[in-house]
Design a protein around this ligand. Sequence first.
Ligand SMILES: Nc1ncnc2c1ncn2[C@@H]1O[C@H](COP(=O)(O)OP(=O)(O)O)[C@@H](O)[C@H]1O
Ligand SMILES: [Mg+2]
Length: 273
Amino acid sequence: MNKPQHVLMVLSGKGGVGKSTVAVNVAVALAHWLEVGILDADLHGPNVPKMLGIEGATMPLRDGKPVPVSTPHNLVVASLAFALPRADAPVIWRGPLKMKAIQQLLEDVAWPPLDLLVVDLPPGTGDEALSVAQLVGRGEAAVVVTTPQEVALLDASKAVNFARKVGVERIGLVENMAGLVCPHCGREIALYGVGGGEELAARMGVPFLGRLPLLPAVVQGGDRGRPAVLLPQARGPFLALAERVLSLLEGPEEGSSRPKAPHGGEKPKLTPS
Ligand SMILES: Nc1ncnc2c1ncn2[C@@H]1O[C@H](COP(=O)(O)OP(=O)(O)O)[C@@H](O)[C@H]1O
Ligand SMILES: [Mg+2]
């Protein structure tokens, strides 16, 4: 496999908090400047192809290896969804099979040289997350997505501790679904609360990467394969998030003791030019 310059795992404690949404939109935003791939590691619920409008595609074989699917957003994507006979076909696998599938998606796919591989994970700290972490986690980066709701925060703290345990070096926290602006009166409705993610980040000593409000454009965009970061109604918060993710990947400021490039050597080409 061509080893990507950086790997970014997108994790959460809970399902449905917006991991795939964050993974897809950050990847689309950064693909503007960088060579970016997405590995859809949610084997039981691979949503990335649908969110990018490439469901139904297949990964062609080159020299016996599956080639990731290219999108109009300058992204390449590998997902088990491309290998399923039908969109509603379930994947009924236990741990060892899942570990093998993750390894194949990482190592047996003909990935082109990438600046960044974004890995969209299923919720929690089970087989898929552990397999990715064991294969690439040490020294890499993770974004933990949470809503401001207490049950999500509790689970998010576990995801942060998981990432630390497996040696992920740069961990950031995103607060998603933080407030909804009423289309009728313009006032904010704090459906799941607001601010809990930021507080958790401070408590756990990880960088807070920002807050994404609940936006109807995210729902529609996700379902129609039009990532929200491309839609004027939703692009602002997602672009801001992508910039902070870039800073997370580039590492700490001058003078810090942490290395600038995780693999040593020259600073990676990660600054938009
Ligand atoms: N900021 C948001 N505003 C509105 N809907 C959102 C937002 N983030 C995610 N969603 C919606 O919530 C659902 C779950 O998001 P998804 O990214 O699939 O979560 P996960 O990957 O964590 O299970 C999807 O229908 C998605 O469109
Ligand atoms: Mg998902």
